[in-house]
Design a protein around this ligand. Structure first.
Ligand SMILES: *Cc1c(COP(=O)(O)O)cnc(C)c1O
Length: 820
């Protein structure tokens, strides 16, 4: 058998599972996510229990064609032809299998850990060593208890080097990763505060990380970082680097900036050597030094190391979702191409529902370690499983294997230039296009041709952060409590289908919008989740029904209008929501009106009450807790009366974001998650670290001017510098949502790491910053807000709340989405 295929009966023995093998199968793919099934006929699904019980997903995986499962309990579903391997601990079984697989190969393995830079160092080492070695490595940053086994599983007999990173968040995790990775060479990257919360102390974290290296023959690390940990280093030899200590093996004593490069000089083996690093930021320079040390420790000669490091490329793990030409959406992953990351990108493509047509532009794949026949067969199978509608293959190898591809529409070109010449004939229109290319194909040119040119001010949305925030709140809920995500006002300014697709894919239960039109827009981009409309207008009731949107009824007037409409159109049993006013005094039935409402609801054939809810006015503010409690009491009284009248249970909900954190006893059946999803919550301290701001507003410098102390800046001569200095004009004004209130020094933007205050009045499309004493140039990036310069800070500057800052960013500012 090829050595990444196993018989299911062998796997049963390896992981010591019980349960009968009813049919023999060959297994080559390990699956842990029922939404991401590939190669189902040879797949083995591990029902891992995370937040939801993994067993809930078995049916989904079965429907996708999977027939082999590792589970904790026997199957509740009777299904033909399927094998259930029963174990005590599903995750451990996955790890045991990975360890077994790893132990069959005798290759050199580099194991990397640290708080920061693991993925970059791994990818750079790959770039530096891939000409000499056939390398297997983690896809993206698959470095967790689940990611590592899936990575190690990729090892095949052709590989002669493995490069695996390991990430831990608490004690006792590293030993498990070490057993699977079994590194012979260890690399420790920067140790910082990340994940400190999972450990008693920083020291404990370092000691735990060092477990990865306990069987290494060689460890490469920063000298300074481990001075206090000498007794914990078990590796036979160490190779150290330092910028402070002469006794390090690689002592970097001089760092100079030369145009866009960092020029380093160092002492190594009593000689002076040099290295040019094509990056300027501190983190990149440190990571590059780590790679330099690794190459030297692996006996590369200094001249060769320098030559290769000089050509390092930036690592982009990001998939960017952008607005394309002719109403297309473009997923830009133009920087790298290998089969694992292709699969990840195809999953992201599948997550998009805004266009029915899905297109892949792919270049030849290098360094896969597979024979071309095998490789392109795998690629072709993957593409047909992921239901790509249109395939554009670029490169000689794809061209040579074009018959493998069974896609409704396919095109092949020998190189990027000939593809670009035929762009018109490819007729891209209203489709979602994934661009994925090996670096030498320069697919950034394809991306430039297909992406709509953006005004240079952009709002960047981090979809991973969105997901992180969703999970942060999910962990605060009891099992079974549903999540309604509030996506009104363009998801608080963050986007429409892009955000909704992510939420739908990650199985939130409900969406809510303010107006019917917002719901219609979501439906027409393929969103199928139930959608509640907070403020439905009579004039658009036809659309409400046509698009299956669920109205909130908040008054007797609206109730009347709705029933008349339903009678007229003969709409029966339609799902509706009732809003109770327990103190907000905006919309809703007040307590004294509930009795009358119940009379109307009794045996009413036109509607089905889906939910009853109310809204807290000050869930984040402890000084109003008594009032909040009163609201909750009133709410209970109301819904009890309503449920009694109806004779059936309805979904009950009252908590918004801060309510979820502060009022755990009031979660009832569902919570309504709004601003927290976008990374802001007055009830959660930023230092808690659990929430990540999802939006970064970025712009750039149009011009730099020298200004004398007696000169003035902007309209009405409003701005003055205290002494002679320099200003930068940047491409954002009040029409973009940077309010006039930020003018005259009130607001600050981040430019080259420093906060520069505004000078003079903000104008419609531009404003000026005081950049005296900095070396700011035209074209430099300017941060208006991001995860460092937080929206909360901006809100405080002009006396408003984060909600207003977020929703104010005008629609003229292009949104760019990324996903890692
Ligand atoms: C906007 C809104 C929410 C969400 O509030 P956040 O404070 O953003 O979580 C919840 N419920 C209703 C009725 C809303 O209008």
């Amino acid at each position: 058998m090829p050595n990444n295929q196993y018989l299911i009966s062998d796997i049963q023995r390896i992981i010591r599972a019980i349960g009968n093998i009813r049919h023999e199968y060959t297994i080559s793919t390990l699956l842990t996510d029922s939404r991401r099934i590939s190669n189902p006929s040879e797949g083995l699904f591990f029902a891992l229990s995370g937040r939801r019980n993994g067993h809930e997903f078995i049916a989904e995986a079965y429907a996708a064609g999977v027939r082999n499962f590792v589970v904790k309990q026997g199957p509740e579903i009777k299904v033909p032809e399927a094998n259930f391997l029963i174990v005590d601990d599903v995750l451990q079984a996955l790890q045991t299998l990975a360890t077994y697989h790893r132990n069959r190969f005798n290759l050199e393995v580099i194991g990397i850990t640290g708080s920061n830079g693991k993925t970059i160092v791994k990818e750079w080492l790959y770039q530096l060593l891939c000409n000499d070695k056939n390398i297997v490595r983690n896809p993206k940053s698959y470095n967790s208890q689940i990611g590592v086994p899936l990575s190690v599983w990729q090892i095949n007999e052709k590989n002669n080097l493995g490069i695996f990173e390991a990430g831990i968040s608490t004690t006792s995790e590293m030993n498990k990763l070490e057993a699977m990775i079994k590194p012979s060479i260890g690399v420790l990257t920067h140790i910082g505060p990340a994940h400190d919360e999972g450990f008693e102390s920083r020291n404990q974290k370092v000691i735990e990380k060092l477990q990865l290296f306990k069987n290494c023959r060689l460890l490469i690390h920063n000298y300074d970082q481990l001075i206090d940990f000498k007794t914990h280093i078990k590796a036979k030899t160490c190779f150290t680097w330092s910028t402070k200590f002469k006794q390090a093996d690689l002592y970097v004593f001089s760092e100079t900036v030369i145009s866009k490069n960092f020029y380093l000089r160092a002492k190594y083996k009593e000689r002076e050597i040099e290295c040019l690093i094509p990056f300027l930021d501190e983190a990149s320079v440190e990571n590059a030094i780590v790679c330099w040390a690794v190459m030297l420790a692996m006996d590369y000669i200094p001249v060769e190391a320098d030559k290769r490091i000089e050509h390092l490329n930036a690592v982009s793990m990001r998939l960017e979702l952008k607005t394309g030409i002719n109403d297309c959406s473009v997923i830009d992953d133009s920087y790298n191409s290998d089969i694992q990351s292709l699969e990840i990108a195809l999953n992201f493509l599948n997550q998009q529902n805004q266009h029915t047509k899905k297109t892949l532009i792919l270049s030849d794949i290098f360094q896969s370690g597979l024979q071309p026949d095998v490789l392109y067969k795998q690629v072709a199978d993957m593409i047909s499983i992921k239901k790509v509608d249109k395939f554009v293959g670029v490169g000689e190898a794809l061209l040579a294997h074009k018959d493998y591809f069974d896609v409704p529409e396919k095109h092949f070109y020998p190189d990027t230039a000939s593809m670009l010449q035929n762009l018109r004939a490819l007729n891209f229109k209203e489709e979602t296009i994934l661009i994925k290319g090996s670096r030498s194909f320069e697919f950034e040119r394809v991306s430039r041709a297909l992406v709509q040119k953006a005004h240079e001010t952009i709002l960047e949305i981090n979809l991973n952060a969105l997901l992180n925030n969703l999970n942060y709140y999910r962990h605060k809920l009891k099992p079974g409590v549903k999540v309604m995500a509030m996506v009104k006002a363009f998801s608080y300014g963050s986007g429409t289908f892009e955000v909704a697709n992510m939420l739908q894919y990650n199985k939130v239960d409900y969406l809510a919008v303010a107006y019917i039109d917002e719901g219609v827009a979501l439906r027409s981009t393929g969103i199928t989740l139930p959608i509640m409309v907070l403020n439905p207008e009579l004039s658009a009731f036809d659309k409400l029904i046509e698009y299956k949107l669920e109205p909130v009824i908040y008054s007797f007037g609206l109730f009347d209008d709705y029933i008349k409409y339903a009678q007229d159109k003969n709409v029966l049993n339609y799902p509706v929501h009732f809003k109770i006013d327990t103190g907000m005094h905006r919309l809703g039935f007040e307590n004294f009106e509930i009795e009358t409402l119940c009379d109307l609801l009794e045996k009413n054939p036109y509607l089905h009450v889906q939910s009853v809810f109310s809204h807290l006015v000050a869930s984040d503010a402890s000084q109003h807790d008594e009032f909040t409690l009163k609201q909750i009491k009133n709410f209970e009284k109301a819904f009890k009366q309503i449920e009694k009248t109806l004779g059936y249970k309805v979904i009950k909900h009252i908590c918004n974001t801060s309510g979820i954190v502060r009022w755990p006893n009031a979660h009832y059946d569902m919570v309504r998650l709004g601003i927290g999803l976008y990374g802001v919550d007055a009830a959660v301290k930023a230092s808690d670290g659990g929430l990540q701001p999802i939006a970064s507003l970025k712009t750039s410098v149009s011009q730099v001017k020298k200004i004398k102390a007696n000169e003035t800046v902007s309209y009405n001569r409003s701005g003055k510098l205290a002494k002679d200095g320099k200003i930068a004009t940047v491409r954002i004004g009040y029409a973009d949502g940077y309010l006039r209130a930020f003018g005259n020094g009130v607001g600050k933007m981040m430019i080259k790491g420093v906060k520069a205050p505004t000078v003079g009045n903000i104008t419609m499309d531009m404003c000026m910053l005081d950049v005296s004493g900095t070396d700011v140039k035209e074209g430099d990036e300017v941060i208006v807000f991001n995860d460092q310069l937080r929206i909360e800070e901006l809100a405080t500057q002009i006396g408003t709340i984060p909600y207003e800052i977020l929703t104010n960013v005008s629609q003229r500012v292009k949104r760019v989405y990324f996903y890692e």
